[in-house]
Structures are given as C-alpha cells and as structure tokens.
Design a binder for this molecule. Structure first.
Ligand SMILES: *Cc1c(COP(=O)(O)O)cnc(C)c1O
Length: 371
C-alpha cells in the first residue's frame, strides 16, 4: 500500500465537474483580474468567516504583509510572532519594515499563550501576530484582551485554520485582520496561489483594497506605495466551489485524527496532539512528537508512507533572519520541537485502512504490533 501525504485531486473529486464548469465560465467571462467572481468569493468567504469584509489577495504571505501595512506598521515597530511557525509569518512582518520578535510557544499546544507574549512586550511593540498552527487556535481570547488593554494590533495568521472555531467564533474574526492562504494544500486550497484578508473593520478592508491594487485610491490616483497582489477570477471561481465542501472536509480530517489517536494510543514513544480548551482543531496537519524521529521517518518511507516536517529549522536559525541576532538555545521549546515533530498523512479523503496501515507501521518501528 502507498499512503501519500496529501491527495489534492481525490479530495476535490466530488466537486470536480463543478470546478471545471466554474473555471470555464470564468475563462469565458473574459475579466481575469478583480472581476465578478472575486467579488462573489469575497462575499462568500466573509460570510463563511462570519465577518463583514474579505479582500482577495495573491497569497497568504501578502495577506500578512498587507495587514501590517494597513495597520501602519513600519521601521522600528516590533511585532510578536511565534518562534515555531512557517517562515512566511516572519516574512510578512519583515517586508512591512517592522521587526518580528519571536516568542516560544506552549510546549504541548505548540501555539502562543498570552502570558508568554505579555512577558515579551516592550515600548516598541506595536502588534501581536499569533498563528493558529496546524489547525488549532492560539490563546486567542486572552491575546485579544491583552492587545485591547495595551493598545496593540492583533493580526491572526489563520493560514492553517480555515473554518476553525474558538468558543463558536471563526478563525480570522478576532483580530484587526485575519490572514488566509489558499496555497493548494491548505484546508481551502486554490488551483495555484491565492490568499485573503478578513476583517470586521471597514477602514482596514478599504486600505487593503487600495494597497493590493498599486495603492490606487481612485483610478490613476495613488495615495500610498502599494503592491500588485490580487486574487484572480479563475482562482476565485474554483475557491467558491471548494468553499462549499470546506466544513465537511474539516470534519473528515477530525475523524481521521480520531482514528490516528486510537491507533497510536498505546505507544509511549508517540505523543498525539493536545487540543486547547475552547478551540476546534481542523487538522491542517496531524503532528506527532516521537522518539528517534528521523529513523521512524525513514522506516515509514520504506513502507511507502509519505510524511512531512513542519518545520525542521526554526526561522531564528535561518540565514535570512540571522540579522535578528538570535542563535541556538534562544528558543528551546521550538528547537526541541523541531527535532521531535513528524507530520503524518492527513487529508479529507484518507481512508481508515490507510490510517491503520500507518499506525501499524509506527508500532512495528517501536517493536510492537504487526511487522
Ligand atoms: C501557508 C502559510 C503562510 C503563507 O501562505 P502563502 O499563500 O504560501 O504565501 C503563512 N503562514 C502560515 C502559518 C502558513 O502555513
């Protein structure tokens, strides 16, 4: 048996004809950039996130950058980010001119909590950018109160949390802005790159609409230095169809996660994900912590099981961020996670048989169960 890490075509199989029809209509519509499909998707995605505004952009990284720009962040401003995240969280902040300030996450939940963020604030801190990593929330309600008390801008990196709820509210709806990626393998994925920023604030939505379009306030009137970062019609058409199966896909992921938990429960060498009180987990990734990780990964590869590492080298140890001046040992929780985490195959259409095969392969590695 083979178990891929994700299977994007199989996940979309039930709506394949609808996607092709929607894409064909968008192609025949002849608009291509910022046309009616983008407007319709922005309405649909805002409604899905239960906020008044959504603005389609070119990628999740750009959504983060545009959120920083719309908040007026720039040189000298510090933005708290989790030390363990995808590099794009750091990039969005840095591109705006602001300085990403990493904070170690909770060691069991892998996301930021308000107490550690509070301890890292100083007089230059202007914003906090929690990441709802792997598909579950950071300590969002406490972070929102902390930001409100201290006059800080809260920007959610929700690129791994499309549709997750915390005490009933959707990811992206807590901050001044919620930033999403539609990279193909995300829980809501396009047929290429794409992203969106959602907000409850009309001024933020207007600012991002202007900034994504060369800073153009009115035709040929450029009030700020902007960028070209727009969602296109073909992607919007496909995303509208796929939005219709997002919640169902997230439920399938949760069922798959339950089967992994059962299958791995008896193994002392493996820690399955803890879930934060109040938070859904939509399992963008199913991450275990395990002993002897690299050899386990090789063993699974021999059995044709694809796995991933999210992420093996933290941002503060990447050459691109050496200018921040951190080194090994500065973020011990993140550095330890980097050596222990393993991402198992996770996608809505993964089957119970495939999950059992993966669990058996892990048990056989640790010397228990079927070989
Ligand atoms: C995917 C991702 C991004 C970046 O999104 P792109 O669309 O690839 O630019 C940012 N943050 C996190 C946490 C991500 O997983």
């Amino acid at each position: 048996m083979q178990v891929p890490f994700v299977d994007l075509r199989l996940d979309a199989a039930e709506v394949w004809e609808d996607i092709l029809a929607a894409v064909t209509a968008a192609v025949e519509g002849g608009r291509y950039i910022l046309g009616p499909e983008v407007q319709a998707f922005e309405r649909d995605f805002a409604a899905f996130c239960e906020v008044p505004y959504a603005v389609g952009v070119a990628s999740g990284t750009d959504a983060l950058l545009l959120a920083c720009m719309a908040a007026g962040l720039g040189a000298g401003d510090k933005v708290i980010v989790p030390a363990n995240t995808f590099i794009a969280t750091f990039d969005g902040v840095s591109r705006s001119g602001a300085i990403p300030v990493p904070v170690d996450p909770d060691p069991d939940l892998y996301t930021l909590d308000a107490a550690s963020v509070e301890a890292a604030l100083d007089s230059s801190t202007r914003a906090v950018m929690p990441v709802h990593l792997y598909g579950q929330f950071a300590d969002i309600e406490d972070l929102a109160s902390l930001c409100a008390d201290r006059g800080l801008v809260l920007i959610e990196d929700a690129a791994q949390a499309h549709g997750a709820r915390f005490n009933g509210r959707r990811a992206g709806s807590f901050g001044a802005a919620g930033c999403f990626s539609f990279y193909p393998s995300k829980n809501l994925g396009a047929l290429g790159d794409g992203g969106a920023l959602v907000t409850t604030d009309e001024a933020t939505a207007d600012a991002v609409r202007m900034l994504r379009d060369y800073g153009q306030a009115r035709k040929n009137e450029h009030s700020r230095i902007g960028l070209n970062s727009r969602l296109d019609e073909v992607q919007a058409a496909a995303l509208r169809v796929k939005l219709g199966i997002l919640d169902a896909g997230n439920e399938k992921r949760a069922r798959a996660a339950g089967l992994y938990r059962e299958g791995l429960a008896s193994l002392g060498d493996v820690v399955t994900p803890a879930v934060r009180e109040g938070s859904d987990h939509i399992y963008h990734l199913f991450i275990i912590r395990c002993t002897d990780r690299d050899r386990l990964r090789d063993h699974l590869a021999e059995k044709e099981i694809s796995t991933g590492l999210h992420y093996p080298i933290p941002a503060h140890m990447q050459p691109a961020y050496s200018f921040l001046g951190y080194g090994r040992g500065d973020f011990p929780v993140t550095e330890r996670l980097c050596g222990e985490i393993l991402s198992l195959p996770m996608f809505p259409s993964i089957t119970p048989v495939q999950i059992e095969y993966v669990c058996d392969a892990i048990k056989s590695f640790y010397g228990r169960g079927k070989a």
